[in-house]
Design a protein around this ligand. Structure first.
Ligand SMILES: NC(=O)c1ccc[n+]([C@@H]2O[C@H](COP(=O)([O-])OP(=O)(O)OC[C@H]3O[C@@H](n4cnc5c(N)ncnc54)[C@H](OP(=O)(O)O)[C@@H]3O)[C@@H](O)[C@H]2O)c1
Length: 325
């Protein structure tokens, strides 16, 4: 098979198309013929070697795949060759084939394309579990979504709206803000030149944000934190800008604010039933036409470096997906 391989950590130019031996399904594995693999922020860090997990070199990045099962291990039950699936791995997805255990699989809804399937589970799952299970977002509450044009941000706008919240989207470009409005944001703020705190206060009639969903970190986090309502909940999703903000505990005390950490991947081992229930609900919403991933670009396998570069350079919106022909 062909795969995009990192032999040495470094810039995205280090990703090279190579021929590799086809994977063989272990006793408790299936092999997926990959049709599409989504780009995630972690892929940037995997290639340069700064991610918390370090796969042994050489390896292929890419965690979220969709395709068709082409081999089934002898101990696997419930799956067969030809099944159309979405699969999660830690890496190895930017390749024509990948072997994964059966617990990493979801069957695809009939009306879902491979591209949508690859882009779906992490982005929507992160926003759904964070807003519902962790932050307990209520109908009518003010939800501020930072980085609202990005992969997870845009899904938080959609899910927040679907849950009945009033959504304020923030982003660094007017194009991304227009997209967030299309997905249900009532107000938008461009954080490159608008005052986040003042605008949030203005739009919420002086109340402030009940829930903030923050995948950006740094100054965007700090400025939004100052616009929270009493008993507000701040959800820490990620640090796309690379700056991890510090929060003085006395500010949490004085304003009765909750700071909530959320990492979707940890729930795969810690409480998998929470993710299974969320994924079931999300696929149902997809089938009903209530949610739909925004894919701003697809790239062929040999252009995986360009696909990851689009995320790194903030030129993408929603999700970017690599497809195999
Ligand atoms: N907690 C979890 O379970 C979980 C799950 C998935 C992802 N994440 C994390 O969430 C973060 C966002 O992931 P994503 O997939 O949404 O990425 P993405 O598609 O690249 O979106 C990130 C957004 O952050 C904004 N941003 C602001 N400053 C930036 C900078 N210096 N560099 C890059 N982007 C910047 C960009 O919007 P503007 O250009 O509009 O500013 C961009 O649209 C990452 O840190 C990722 O690791 C966490």
């Amino acid at each position: 098979m062909k795969a995009m391989i990192v032999k040495e950590h470094g810039p995205l130019e280090n990703l090279m198309l190579e021929s590799m031996p086809d994977p063989v399904a272990g006793d408790n594995q299936v092999v997926i013929d990959v049709k599409a693999c989504a780009v995630n922020f972690a892929d940037i860090l995997l290639v340069d070697g700064s991610y918390q997990e370090k796969p042994p070199l050489p390896f292929s990045p890419g965690a979220e795949v969709a395709g068709i099962i082409s081999q089934v291990g002898v101990q696997v039950s419930g799956w067969k060759m030809g099944d159309k699936v979405q699969g999660m791995a830690s890496w190895g997805g930017f390749a024509e084939k990948i072997a994964v255990p059966p617990e990493a699989l979801c069957p695809l809804p009939d009306n879902m394309s491979y591209v949508d399937a690859a882009a779906f589970v992490v982005a929507y799952g992160t926003s759904h579990v964070a807003l519902d299970y962790r932050a307990k977002l209520q109908k009518g509450e003010w939800l501020v979504v930072n980085g609202a044009g990005g992969g997870v941000g845009l899904t938080a706008v959609e899910i927040g709206k679907l849950m009945g919240a009033r959504v304020i989207a923030t982003a660094g470009s007017d194009e991304k803000l227009a997209l967030a409005r299309d997905k249900g944001a009532e107000f938008t703020i461009n954080y490159t030149h608008e005052n986040l705190r003042d605008k949030i206060k203005e739009y919420t009639g002086g109340k402030g944000a009940n829930v903030v969903y923050d995948p950006v970190g740094g100054d965007v986090f700090r400025r939004t934190f100052r616009a929270m309502a009493p008993e507000g909940r701040m959800i820490v999703i990620g640090f796309a800008c690379g700056d991890i903000p510090q929060v003085p505990a006395n500010h949490l005390l004085v304003k009765n604010i909750e700071l909530i950490g959320f990492f979707w991947g940890a729930y795969r081992k810690f409480k998998p039933q929470i993710l299974q229930e969320s994924t079931r609900q999300l696929f149902e919403w997809y089938e009903e036409g209530l949610i739909k991933p925004h894919i701003s670009a697809t790239f062929p396998l040999d252009k995986t470096g360009d696909a990851i570069r689009a995320l790194r350079d903030r030129t993408s919106s929603g999700k970017v997906v690599v497809t195999m022909t």
